[in-house]
Write a protein that binds this ligand. Sequence first.
Ligand SMILES: NC(=O)CC[C@H](N)C(=O)O
Length: 380
Amino acid sequence: MSEATGGPAILVLEDGRVFRGRSFGAPGETFGEIVFNTGMTGYQETLTDPSYHRQIVVMTAPHVGNTGINDDDPESGRIWVAGYVVREPARISSNWRAERTLDEELRRQGVVGIALTGTRALTRHLRDKGAMRAAVSTVETDPERLLARVLEQPPMAGADLAGEVSTDTPYEVLPPEGTEARFHVAAVDLGIKAMTSRRLSERGCRVTVLPSDATAEDILALDPDGVFFSNGPGDPAAADVPVAAVRGVLDAGKPLFGICFGNQLLGRALGLGTYKLPFGHRGVNQPVIDTRSRKVAITSQNHGFAVDAPLDGPFDTPYGRAEVSHIGLNDQVVEGLRLLDRPVFSVQFHPEAAAGPHDAAELFDEFIDLMSAQPAPAAE
Ligand SMILES: NC(=O)CC[C@H](N)C(=O)O
């Protein structure tokens, strides 16, 4: 049991709006883009998702931390959110897997949080005005002074962040014991989540995870059966190095699968633009429709940017005809791309969804099928 709320803390938004609350997690001060997440579950996966690097996350679920923190669910080696805003932190954790409370974990990792009753008003404000720069502080008591420093922070638009969260050196994820390694996948880590490598490896893939600055030559030197481009933080418009890598992989004709940031990079490689959404999609209850089967899936999402592509049928790209494979049903945003004549597709949502829902898990099987359908290399 821990005392989850502490002394006074303030949250200041770049448009001058101020929220007062109590310190939660580590005391101190933090800056980032403030965004809201509507997931009722999966807070541990949210905190450790590298795509949240430089973002202060507001949870709309009113009570957060009930099941504490365990050592099995993290999506990466650390908490990446820049700050954490909750309405009411659970004062005790009640779960057989819990090792620590959420408050203890935030303190342990130096993550500044704030507990405030107005998370609903805050979320409505962000829905109206959009995601924006913000700060949480337990040390600055004057909102005007904090606001001046918020306005000095770089915006998320134009931010090139994958290199700040990626692995420094390549590593391998092997299939679990008893599962044969049938395919070799090169996965470019732009902020990859542990569950993505696991979903591939449990389907018989040996996954070589490469740093975010891997070039097409680095990737193709591994002679992989397929190439994966991961999720990740920042603005896809600033990610020129991985976009060039996507183009090189397309030129080589390899099967390619992308998730989230990976979808945006594929879009750019095909010559499409990307743009910033007003407040983005973050949660585990986002409906998308598959434009071919007309089947609807409820998906996990975390994105603030989107691809600009025609929704009404196939279009031409330098790599042949392509189409939008999935559309978000809340706001008609592009949620997936596929090439019609190449083994290449990507989705803006998260089929690996550790905290669920698992409606879209079959997309990993689709990638496996694309790799299976490739002709075997000619005998020496
Ligand atoms: N989860 C992700 O890969 C996010 C991609 C990108 N940073 C965005 O916000 O849209």
